[in-house]
Design a protein around this ligand. Structure first.
Ligand SMILES: [Zn+2]
Ligand SMILES: [Zn+2]
Length: 391
């Protein structure tokens, strides 16, 4: 069995005709660029691109295959250089039983299957050429369709204040919306970690995944996991989620939840930190309060520790978050050590010092050990990292 890095939530900014897919996504975030960036610079071996329901994206994949740049794997997924692509789709559910929009992630083993899925989506969605569009139907109906097509179903960033299962405070349990048996894993999102999520007992049944939700090439690998599988493919990933035949998630890597932009409760207007019970901001008088993820989890909490074994959750930030690591230094690191994963996980302090100042090299090592100082984020503002190590 081998170890691979996986980031399963990456958007597409533009299709091969330069038309927007994720409107807020970067123009350079095309399918081909995502594959190259993941394989050559990031060192990520398994990626989920969750805008593959768009027909022009499917066309781009098929052209790569026609030109012998990529090929479809027998056990699912598309191989390109050092990376395997899983064909995914992020959907916004909003049915009449639904009290707020919820994002979910679906993945399919073959192009043929996601093409079929797209065709079905045209009857449920106004515009399938765009990302994360609203789906008119029930969540369970969507789960049945995904399972009929041998797909994987994962509720996305389940605690973010907007567009998530627990976020808005309308649901207390996933059973209000989903068939719990047809959920393959739970995506944590940037403002929570394993320990926080395990305070909710119904989540103990599921594997947790940590993904970047990247809207630009640089953000790929902002969160990811290390998985123990034989080789990167759809079937192996499915086995890892269900801990079959020794496959499993070995470690989750994510930002310290305190760095996430929705960690604490704040005033929506002036971002003053508030207690979760406040109804009005004492500083500016606004009544728009964004409840932080940590306060929301405390409300839902009904359990202290997990009933199941959990892999370690390692706090990390992308290299670009480190103060004093500018684009030039970053390029120097890539020139010497090839990929960001190598720099973050494998290169020794001594080797780093040959390329970059010692202070910066030390903060990379401190990050590897989860020892970087952070300041909490909230209300849509990210927290920040200091170069000081905690020790
Ligand atoms: Zn989303
Ligand atoms: Zn997304």
């Amino acid at each position: 069995m081998n170890s691979y890095f996986a980031d399963m939530h990456i958007h597409i900014g533009r299709d091969m005709y330069n038309k927007p897919v994720k409107i807020t996504g970067a123009k350079s975030l095309t399918l081909t660029n995502i594959l190259k960036e993941s394989s050559r610079n990031k060192g990520i071996n398994l990626i989920g691109v969750i805008d593959c329901h768009a027909p022009a994206v499917q066309q781009e994949i098929k052209e790569l295959i026609l030109r012998n740049k990529a090929h479809e794997l027998a056990d699912g997924g598309i191989r390109f250089e050092e990376v395997t692509l899983l064909l995914g789709s992020e959907i916004e559910i909003y049915d009449e039983n639904c009290k707020g929009p919820i994002h979910v992630l679906c993945y399919f083993p073959k192009i043929e299957y996601i093409e079929y899925f797209s065709e079905w989506l045209t009857t449920k969605m106004k515009n399938i050429t765009l990302s994360s569009q609203r789906y008119y139907g029930t969540a369970k109906e969507l789960q049945y369709k995904v399972k009929e097509l041998d797909g994987i179903f994962i509720p996305a960033h389940v605690f973010t204040p907007f567009k998530s299962l627990y976020g808005k405070g309308v649901y207390r349990s996933l059973e209000e919306v989903f068939d719990p048996d047809l959920i393959d894993a739970i995506e944590l999102g940037l403002s929570s970690d394993t320990e926080m999520a395990d305070q909710i007992e119904e989540l103990h049944h599921y594997t947790f995944v940590t993904n970047s939700d990247a809207h630009s090439l640089a953000k790929i690998g902002r969160e990811y996991q290390e998985i123990k599988i034989d080789h990167p493919s759809f079937e192996e990933f499915y086995w890892a989620l269900h801990c079959v035949k020794g496959r499993e998630i070995k470690r989750n890597f994510g930002m310290n939840p305190r760095l996430g932009k929705y960690h604490t409760t704040v005033c929506n207007h002036c971002l003053t930190p508030l207690s979760p019970k406040s109804e009005k901001c004492p500083k500016c008088g606004s009544t728009k309060i964004i409840k932080g993820v940590s306060d929301r989890i405390l409300e839902l909490s009904n359990r202290k520790e997990s009933k199941r074994f959990r892999p370690p959750y390692m706090y990390q930030v992308p290299l670009e978050y480190l103060p004093s690591l500018g684009p030039k230094t970053f390029q120097k690191l890539l020139d010497r050590f090839q990929t960001e994963m190598n720099v973050i996980h494998h290169v020794s302090l001594e080797e780093l010092i040959e390329v970059i100042p010692e202070k910066l090299a030390k903060s990379i090592i401190a990050m590897r050990k989860g020892e970087l100082e952070v300041e909490a984020g909230g209300g849509g503002k990210y927290g920040s990292v200091s170069t000081k190590s905690k020790k």
